[in-house]
Design a protein around this ligand. Sequence first.
Ligand code: SF4
Length: 396
Amino acid sequence: MILPCYLNHICVTYSPVMSKQKRNLKGLTVPELQEFVESLGEKKYRARQMFSWLYGKRAQSFDEMTDISKDFRTLLHEAATVDNLKVAAKEVSERDGTVKFLFELSDGLKIESVLIPPEKTSPAAEKRLTLCVSTQVGCPLDCKFCATGTMGFLRNLTVGEIVDQVIQAQNRSPKRITNLVFMGMGEPMLNYENVMKSVEIIRAEDSFHIGARHITISTAGYADKIRQMADEGRTVKLALSLHSLDNAKRAELMPITKKYGVSELMDALNYYYKKTRNRPTFEYILFDGYNDTEQDAQLFIKISKRFPCKVNIIPFHSIEFTHPSGFAKTLKPSPRARVEQFVEQLRKADITVMVRSSAGEDINAACGQLAVEEENSRKGSRAVQSRKTEAAPITN
Ligand code: SF4
């Protein structure tokens, strides 16, 4: 029956069957699945079965859940869905095997995840396979060295979309994903609830069973959320994308510093360390003549006396294709000799320093580069470079 509504629209009269939207079960926790199966008149234990199918066995549809009765599967088909990210593009580095996925979400937006192969430093390290996941589409924080920052913010990812990056990447990798870093597109602390829920799902024994010590959440500097993580006893690792300990310089590089200054961040990290006993990691890109001086290294040494920390020196991937202007245009990577001097200074002060290799440099594997190119392409920009892309999965 069709009736005119008060807003002069033509709408269909209320019908319980038609109004019921199918629920995407990917991203639900065990208690949420319990609630769902009970709403269908099923026993609670079904929830645990489904949890294991969704995440442990990475089922892409209800038809794969073979130990669930046909009747229940029919009921599931009527009431729910299992939404899967689509692989819109995939790039494989010929240099080091880094794999970059461009995933398409159900609303057509795109995000990136990067599978980073191990650095061959020890037999234990060689067993590692790290996935870098995104938490937002775009990012509102506008860090001057970051491709994603140039996109602006579109929306937060759902729990299902975060977890599905792991599922889809694992389905296409012959090796087990052992480590996760929340360092892809977006600021995880601005999507805190969904990120933490994803972590709990991924850690579960009948899911991916990735230990908290193998999961790192990286923030551009939300001091309040760092304290919240400490108060909630979160045992995952914490990294701060730092890039300068000089407040004015950092504010120029990362505008979030105007809200949470360097000293407030260091207070929050000190609080975090005292409560969790976890050493925070500082991510640091060395920019030529900007944050790579002896004085900059001295600031690190001073901080390390306050609480123990680790430093990751990250190579700067070019963002030239985003046509940076003003200050962003002046940022250039430090020369090798300067990197070595800087690292040496920190090591002499007993600070643990890792110098990261340029993983996937030949496929622009830095945060957001592929998605920005896609977005530019969508808008008809000339910025898209020709490159080797494949729409097919790597391997199963
Ligand atoms: S570096 Fe991270 S926080 Fe900064 S703009 Fe890029 S995605 Fe956002």
